[in-house]
Write a protein that binds this ligand. Structure first.
Ligand SMILES: Nc1ncnc2c1ncn2[C@@H]1O[C@H](COP(=O)(O)OP(=O)(O)OP(=O)(O)O)[C@@H](O)[C@H]1O
Ligand SMILES: [Mg+2]
Length: 306
């Protein structure tokens, strides 16, 4: 797979503020990548560098195989900025018509694409009324339609569901998954981790301008060596047997939690239960939520720095 986004040792200072202190990341074609981090971590700065909005950076930053910031590249990229303020005397239709002209779309292309994109975000019924009267969620949907107008290959979304209600968030999530299905690459910044967990293939955590953790959701949320076991109703867990073999096991609701030591494996536990004629109804490796993982990682990062 080809890298769509690649940075290496990317640094950016705003006078004395070190917004990025050497960030390296790679996003492959067709991936949904989520960049997480506390306020001020450098997420927006990274997007703005890739799009050529922020200059004066050091290191390497490439988008679609070219150095970030070239005008030709921007035609292939969609962008939903955080805290966007569209001129509110426009209607959704006239705003997209204006953006379409900036993107050099012909009149015929604009006529064809604008209703399609507004349909996608559910704004057709209000497309000829002024933005002034839109709710926050409607403005956000319009921002997404704007980012998709020219059928880009890569889409940057800075807080795409900011201010959107739960139903709308689900709709936006489905839109993003559809885009992924069509082969788009998506890069998003978000604080809504429960959502990121459902959408992203991979995430990176920025802390004070450094990438402190990166990986796919599954491996980041895995709790190594912790298993939950459930037996058929009425069956007793042979606790004493397991403990005498050196397994740490404790009840958790109607199930049992096994914490393996470094050299232990879950298979002998299963063998022992089966040998005793017990029926295993449930066996999973425990996971933590992305939010738990995030908070833990950020707190560890803070400790490491003090
Ligand atoms: N134009 C600017 N001038 C001066 N400092 C800036 C500018 N833009 C960003 N910064 C600083 O750079 C750091 C990173 O900011 P950035 O906006 O990239 O963070 P973020 O991770 O997007 O935060 P948030 O989650 O709040 O959107 C912050 O300390 C911020 O104050
Ligand atoms: Mg930001």
């Amino acid at each position: 797979m080809a890298a769509v986004i690649a940075t290496h040792d990317l640094k950016k200072n705003y006078r004395r503020i070190e917004a990025l202190r050497g960030v390296s990341l790679v996003v492959e074609t067709g991936e949904i990548y989520g960049l997480l981090g506390q306020n001020g971590a450098g997420k927006t700065t990274l997007i703005k560098i890739l799009l050529g909005i922020t200059r004066g950076w050091r290191g390497q930053a490439e988008l679609l195989g070219h150095t970030a910031g070239t005008v030709a590249m921007r035609r292939r990229v969609g962008y939903l900025p955080e805290d966007h303020h569209f001129p509110d005397y426009h209607t959704a239709f006239s705003l997209l018509d204006f953006y379409g002209q900036l993107l050099d779309l012909s009149r015929a292309q604009r006529r064809q694409r604008i209703p399609l994109e507004l349909e996608r975000v559910g704004l057709v019924p209000r497309m000829h009324t002024k933005i002034r009267g839109y709710s926050k969620g409607m403005k956000q949907r319009l921002g997404i339609a704007q980012a998709l107008l020219h059928d880009p290959d890569v889409i940057f979304l800075d807080e795409p569901t900011d201010g959107v209600d739960p139903v709308g968030r689900r709709e936006i999530r489905n839109i993003l998954l559809d885009l992924k299905g069509q082969g788009c690459t998506l890069f998003l910044n978000s604080h809504l981790l429960s959502e990121v967990e459902l959408i992203c293939d991979r995430v990176g955590i920025l802390q004070k301008g450094r990438m402190i953790r990166e990986g796919d959701i599954k491996s980041l949320t895995q709790q190594k060596g912790r298993f939950l076991i459930g037996l058929a109703q009425g069956q007793q867990m042979p606790l004493a047997d397991l403990q005498s073999r050196g397994y740490q096991i404790a009840p958790l609701g109607e199930r049992w939690e096994v914490q393996l030591e470094e050299q232990q494996n879950i298979d002998p536990v299963v063998d022992l239960l089966r040998a005793q004629g017990l029926s295993i109804r449930h066996l999973v490796e425990k996971r933590q939520s992305l939010e738990d993982m995030f908070v833990e990682t950020v707190q560890e990062g803070n400790k490491g720095r003090t």
